[in-house]
Design a protein around this ligand. Sequence first.
Ligand code: 13P
Ligand code: SF4
Length: 330
Amino acid sequence: MNAPTPRENLQGLDLLAEIKRLKKERNAVILAHYYQKPEIQDLADFVGDSLELSKRAAETDADVIAFCGVKFMAETAKILSPQKTVILPDMAAGCSLEDACPPGKFKAFREAHPDHIALTYINCSAEVKALSDIIVTSSSAETILSKIPPEQKIIFGPDRHLGGYLSRKFNREMLLWPGVCIVHEAFSETELLKLKAQHPGVPVAAHPECPPHIIDHADYVGSTSGILQYAQTIKGDTLIVATEPHIIHQMEKAEPTKTFIGAPGADGNCACNICPYMALNTMEKLYLALRDLQPQIHLDETVRLAAKKSLDRMLEMASGTVGKGDLGRA
Ligand code: 13P
Ligand code: SF4
């Protein structure tokens, strides 16, 4: 996916200074996910994983939330803070998991399984959140699942790899929606094994959106925040990282003497593990979004209120899990 060129020629503009000026003028807060470009991570007020970003969005007293992430994240901010203006630098910044789960099909699936509750990964549309019972993120999923009685039947969507990972770890059957993250799906087991052979004894940290043939080689499995924390606790000086490689920017800032190697895709050095949706956000588009307060997230109020219920359940049930990398295994 190629990023569309900005609408205007902004050459000669000091974008960083302009973004800072507009941020003040608008009383805006800039939230960024770890998969954003380094220059965006560096100017953000807060960088975090999906759960931490949701909490920040719910708590901020800014008038404007500039969300440097993807659409479902900006929608989550709007669901939790409806009185605020939420802008996303590029409205085309979607997610393959959201695309894999159209609300109409999800509703029909739920109706076909009336004795199941829907435990739904936050990477989905506001409409799918509204059709769900409890939302989870990769850092809250395990805590939340452990609080659901064992006899309760569960639909888990839309990430079949995260669902499968939880199902195996908890030895608990769940009906899995067949969505995948195109980024984590792209890691190659063959190339990972070659890399491990070149770096004997070096641990692998993987995100649970990875397929089982990658997870099986991981020493640690967790959310982006969990992986970042793991990077700071390893005894050695090198780590293989099986998630979107822009997170390495924070690892290098926290641990400048350590080496972080991105896990390879199919041909060993393709850019297929870079999230094409996250990459749509640029400094230019962030500047324009703050200047024009566009593109802006708008939600139907009925959908928002129903989606808020399932998100609030997550925030209640997940309390205490932020930043603990709950999915981690030693
Ligand atoms: P977390 O940051 O919550 O681990 O999510 C990763 C991801 O793929 C976001 O789209
Ligand atoms: Fe979606 Fe995967 Fe990109 Fe995250 S990394 S936004 S799950 S496509």
